[in-house]
Design a protein around this ligand. Structure first.
Ligand SMILES: [Mg+2]
Length: 237
């Protein structure tokens, strides 16, 4: 049920900003960076099984990270040393903070590496909707707290997170790059897409803005916030 909780005094919806992490908020695919450095070399074969549709993303991630013997702190240090956030991430976060606009990372990845990079750059207050992990006795336990009802076996759902913001009355701006972002792009009010996601959006005639960094998103959110509408969509398929 829609609520007016996120509407401004004028009755206009308030924006909310959601972004994918690997290859979007982060310049790199941090999951693959960790697998390359610490994983079993056969993770590439597991990724191929995932790409060929034999296993889902949840299974791919659990299988490949299961073989890692390295502890959480070591992996977090590695991320802090080698990964980086995309330009204008901080400016967008600052604008959202100053204007009471929710902004969050929505990822199918693992919380510990996402939080490591956010913390390094001082963004530890950015909410993270990802796979929550627990390192226990040399094993990683996975918690999926953002699943679509009835589809729990698929793991977290970005579309579910987008819809949960819309149900609270928000006009959702979403940025992503990959296959797992498609379900979010289908329902988001405004999509910023690059790489594979842009191709999927073209195929499905989903309007989107090309994404390179967060500058365009910052301008669009600021414009919406000030005027109640976004810029014209650049790529109307
Ligand atoms: Mg991604």
């Amino acid at each position: 049920m829609k609520t007016t909780g996120a509407n401004s005094a004028s009755g206009r919806p308030q924006p909310a900003v959601l972004t994918d992490f690997d290859d979007t908020a982060a310049v790199q695919n941090v999951a693959e960076m960790l697998l390359n450095r610490f994983g079993d070399p056969d993770w590439i074969d597991v990724r191929q099984r995932f790409r060929d549709g034999h296993i889902n993303l949840k299974e791919y991630q659990e299988i490949t990270f299961r073989n890692i013997q390295t502890d959480r702190a070591t992996m977090q240090s590695y991320v802090k040393e080698h990964a980086s956030l995309r330009p204008f991430f901080g400016e967008l976060w600052g604008f959202c903070q100053a204007n009471g606009i929710p902004m969050a990372v929505v990822s199918q990845g693992l919380d510990f590496y996402i939080k490591a990079l956010l913390e390094r750059d001082g963004y530890n207050r950015v909410p993270v909707y990802a796979v929550d992990t627990e390192f226990r006795g040399g094993e990683i336990i996975y918690h999926y707290n953002h699943t679509s009802p009835g589809k729990e076996s698929q793991g977290n759902s970005k579309g579910f997170v987008v819809k949960s913001f819309q149900e609270r009355g928000y006009h959702v701006f979403f940025a992503g790059d990959g296959h797992s972002d498609l379900e979010a792009a289908r329902v988001a009010d405004v999509t910023f897409a690059h790489r594979t996601l842009a191709k999927f959006c073209d195929d499905e005639s989903i309007p989107y803005h090309p994404f390179e960094d967060f500058k365009g998103m910052l301008l669009a959110v600021r414009n919406f916030s000030n005027n109640g509408h976004g810029p014209n969509v650049d790529h109307q398929a």
